[in-house]
Design a protein around this ligand. Structure first.
Ligand code: PNS
Length: 160
């Protein structure tokens, strides 16, 4: 039986750290759904459509499915017939939040496991938040995000 996993996140925007995690997940799971969250309470720089487009372009050739979800993650995971949630751990600072989420998700649906993967150390300091901050001030994020994301960020924040 094929084992399907969901890699959820805001992906606002996708970084090379996310991409690295997608590639690592594909070495473990038979099927991977990259799930972009819709969160009306959280202001995003890019719309869901833009985020999905960037993921699609950056993952061309990889056997993943990209979906948007709203509501509880575990309900989405159950609906798509997956049994694992993939999350990245960059540093100890990620641990507390991730641990809380994993245990809450387990409480909600104990049949779903959260699996943590470490991105390549070259990406351990990258976050979508920092990428947006640097790009917002006109700094270069080349090499830290896929080319399509870099292009969209430059369009959004013209270099001064
Ligand atoms: O990339 P992010 O912003 O760290 O991803 C967070 C995400 C999408 C995994 C989390 O916010 C989430 O699961 N949202 C869906 C709502 C939900 O299930 N909340 C309870 C989590 S315990």
């Amino acid at each position: 039986m094929a084992i399907r996993a969901v890699y959820p996140g805001s992906f606002d925007p996708l970084t090379n750290g996310h991409l690295d995690l997608i590639e690592r997940s594909l070495r473990i799971f038979d099927e991977l759904i990259v799930a972009v969250v819709t969160n009306p309470a959280k202001a995003a720089l890019f719309t869901e459509t833009e985020r999905v487009e960037m993921i699609r372009e950056a993952t061309r050739g990889l056997r993943i499915e990209i979906m948007v979800f709203e509501g509880l993650l575990v309900d989405f995971v159950a609906r798509v017939g997956a049994r694992a949630i993939v999350r990245g751990l960059r540093a100890v600072s990620d641990f507390e939040y991730e641990f809380q989420m994993a245990l809450m998700n387990r409480k909600l649906r104990e049949e779903i496991e959260t699996v943590f993967l470490m991105p390549h150390e070259a990406y351990s300091y990258i976050s979508s938040r920092l990428i947006k901050e640097v790009a917002g001030y006109g700094g270069s994020v080349a090499g830290l995000v896929p080319a399509v994301v870099e292009k969209r960020l430059v369009e959004r924040f013209p270099r001064r």
